[in-house]
Every structure is written in C-alpha cells, then in structure tokens.
Design a protein around this ligand. Structure first.
Ligand code: ADP
Ligand code: ADP
Length: 229
C-alpha cells in the first residue's frame, strides 16, 4: 500500500507542484497519473523514489514513512521501488544482459544466479533473443522493455514509470503496456505518469487526474477525461 497523506511540495523557486495531495494506492493496483504538463505527475514519481522530498505531509509505503527515512536507506528504497523513465537511461557501452546484470552485481549475487534472473526477466519482456545486443542496436520499444527489465530485476513490489511511452508510437507503446500488465498480473503495483490519452483510454485502469498540483478526479476503470459525476 502506498499512502500520500496531505502531501505538499513547493520547489526552491516557489513553484507549488503539489498542493495537498491525499491518495491511497493498494498493493497490486495499476494507476495512471494523468494531467497536463506541469500538473505535478513527475513530482509524485520523484517523491516516491526520494529524488525529491515533500515540503509538508508524508508518504508511506507499507509500514515505512519514506519521507522520514534517513538518506542512507534510499538505495534500499530504490531496490524496492523500481523506476522507468521516458528516455530509457541505458548504458550504451554495455550489452542488454550487462545493463540488467549490473544492478545485481552491486548486491553481490553469484554469476549463476545473475544469469538465471536476467534471462527470466528478459523472457517476461519478450527480449530473450536480444541479450547480447548493445542499446544502439535496439528500437525505442525494445530499449524501453530493457529498461523495464532492469527496473524489475530486484523484484520490487512497486514499479513507477514517468512517461514510459513518451517517445514511442501507439503500437510500440502497446507492447510496453503489455509488459507492465504482465508484471501487474504477478502482483506488482504499477504507478504510471503519462499524458498519452489513447493509451489510458485503451487500458481502462484506475485514473488519478492532476490539475495544478491537486487531484481533479480519481476513478477506477476509466479513460483520460472521465469524471465521476
Ligand atoms: P508534470 O510531470 O505533470 O509535467 P511536474 O511535476 O514536472 O509536472 O511539475 C510540476 C510543477 O513543478 C511545474 O510547474 C514545474 O515547472 C515545476 N517543477 C518541476 N520540477 C521542478 C524543479 N526541480 N524546480 C522547480 N520547479 C519544478
Ligand atoms: P518530464 O516532462 O519528462 O516530466 P520535466 O520537463 O518536467 O520532465 O522536467 C525535466 C527536469 O527539469 C526534471 O529534473 C525537473 O525536476 C526539472 N524541472 C522541471 N521544471 C523545472 C523548473 N521550473 N525549474 C527547474 N527545474 C525544473
């Protein structure tokens, strides 16, 4: 369970990005954060991985108040909350396999365990045949699926995505959504910030719509512009 409790975020320049956001996301949920550019979507994502800190209020993940968490625990948080960005952020000098394995090497897993886990996660994103390719040899959709595989290698219970389909056409974006859906069906909570209206309409998941840092509506099985009334 993720709980935003009266979260307020003001950046140093005085911009109020979130203004009293309260939101509960149960484990296993699939939720879209939608809204115009500047609505506060990325800020919510950044707060969830402690890339930014709240100005007021708190955010709880299960029993942990991540806003009260000491800095030395942030690397552990980032293994428990996977993150995917619009621009993939792959290392161009490493192969697909190495890009994913890299994250595990830091934690000291055996090479046999690393190979097993990397191959398994590549299978879930349907890229088992690309493990020896370099990122420059991949399409945008393939690159994003590698990025998702990397985010999932620590088996996080939560995956947050900031505009993951922003650089992709609709059909390729659908492949990304299929991959996210497969992890969601295994019980992973998905929080995806997007302004891709067609994708949100097609998926019919929970939609939290932000406007000027506040929640405009929050609805199950919705499209981009739906409203409860
Ligand atoms: P979205 O992801 O919905 O486009 P953001 O969360 O990125 O919205 O931004 C919300 C508001 O906060 C915008 O007005 C944006 O310009 C501002 N903002 C975002 N990041 C920063 C920052 N690091 N410093 C100052 N203002 C920021
Ligand atoms: P995206 O559209 O992918 O969410 P943004 O354009 O919102 O990305 O933000 C890109 C980067 O610039 C982020 O690191 C964000 O924190 C920063 N940023 C956004 N708006 C501002 C701002 N008004 N002042 C300073 N930094 C900002």
């Amino acid at each position: 369970m993720i709980i935003f409790n009266h979260v307020y975020k003001e950046y140093k320049n005085g911009v109020v990005a979130l203004d009293d956001v309260t939101l509960e996301i149960p484990s296993g949920d699939f939720v879209f954060l939608v809204g115009a550019s500047g609505a506060g979507k990325s800020t919510m994502i950044k707060l969830l991985i402690r890339e930014e800190q709240v100005s007021k209020g708190s955010i709880r993940i299960d029993d942990t108040d991540i806003t009260a968490m000491p800095k030395f625990k942030i690397p552990k948080l980032r293994r428990e909350v996977g993150v995917v960005f619009q621009d993939y952020r792959l290392l161009n000098r490493k192969t697909v396999f190495e890009n994913i394995a890299y994250a595990l090497e830091i934690t000291g897993e055996s090479s046999r365990e690393i190979k097993k886990r990397v191959e398994a996660v590549l299978e879930t994103v349907h890229l088992e045949d690309k493990q020896n390719c370099y990122p420059t040899e991949l399409s945008g959709g393939e690159s994003q699926r590698v990025s998702i595989a990397r985010a999932m290698i620590h088996r996080p219970k939560i995956l947050v995505c900031d505009e993951p389909t922003g650089n992709l056409d609709f059909d390729t974006a659908k492949d990304i959504m299929d991959a996210l859906d497969r992890f969601n069906q295994e019980g992973v909570t998905i929080v995806m910030a997007t302004h891709a209206r067609e994708i949100v309409d097609a998926m019919q998941k929970r939609v939290v719509s932000l406007d000027g840092g506040s929640i405009l509506f929050d609805q199950e099985s919705a499209g981009y512009y739906e409203n409860p009334q």
